[in-house]
Design a protein around this ligand. Sequence first.
Ligand code: HEM
Length: 279
Amino acid sequence: MDHGIPPSGESSHSAAACPRDYGNLVWLHSCSCRSRFSSFHLTRRSILTDVHDQAITIALQDLCLHPEYLEPLRQDIDNHYLDFEHTAQGLPLLDSFIKESARLTPTEACMPPFLFVLFVTRLTNITRQTVSTRRYAVESHTFSDGTRLIRGDWACTPLIAINKIPEYYPNPEQFSRFRFAPPEVLESRSKIDQEGLAKQDTPSKLVDTDHKWLMFGTGKQACPGRFYAAAAAKVIMSQMISKYDMRMVDKTAKRWWSLRSTIVLREDLMVAFTCRAKN
Ligand code: HEM
């Protein structure tokens, strides 16, 4: 059965660092390179979770809205894809781009359907924004800062609010492509690439977890699939970036709608892919 998993064994390394063709993406190619983003959601055939392909789709949309990042990302992929393919580590600019995209547009955490039903029926007092890591208070509890939860309350992580705290993220409203990249990687870039960048005090990766970065949850229950999720996102993004130019057909079109505290991508958003000429 074809799950869209990269073929094992043979490798076309002679084609420089160019990522290989995997089933799902070839399908996009055969669609005259003009596709609805919903077509990219081939989750029935793929090994990605919904939240995962949402995160990748959002990153690709952000790339359409910021096409000036394509060239630096292509260079990153040209220079480091082979190492990444062997180690599942690296591609620091792409890692930072995906993280910045997820910072400003976090999607939903993994949530089993029964919990979702519980959630929509019980959760009434929460603001309309993306929340994650929901916890149901089975007994009343007072935290060290005095915050009190009554039995039956829900406690959640307000992702968007946290991701926009200026002390955590300088110029938090700015989409600052490579803010998480290590300084030595940025220093090797041209001045133009570095202009106007908001930078973090310390570099970090998409898969890191701490009190500032809760995309994958926190503590003992942090997402165990995040290493796979990040690696697969980089494989897919590298394919798209290397092989296609892309643009949003209508840049002003709405990208998502809200279902209670969840962001759901719109399926009618059109993106045009154009094959890049082969060298
Ligand atoms: C971008 C993609 C993903 C995001 C944003 C994400 C996010 C999360 C978050 C926030 C949690 C913690 C939920 C909580 O504490 O209430 C979580 C848990 C979990 N995730 Fe993911 N996840 C992603 C992909 C994946 C993938 C690809 C897998 C499996 C291959 C996976 C497997 C799991 C499992 C098993 C848990 C439960 C861990 C536990 O309760 O101990 N996730 N995920």
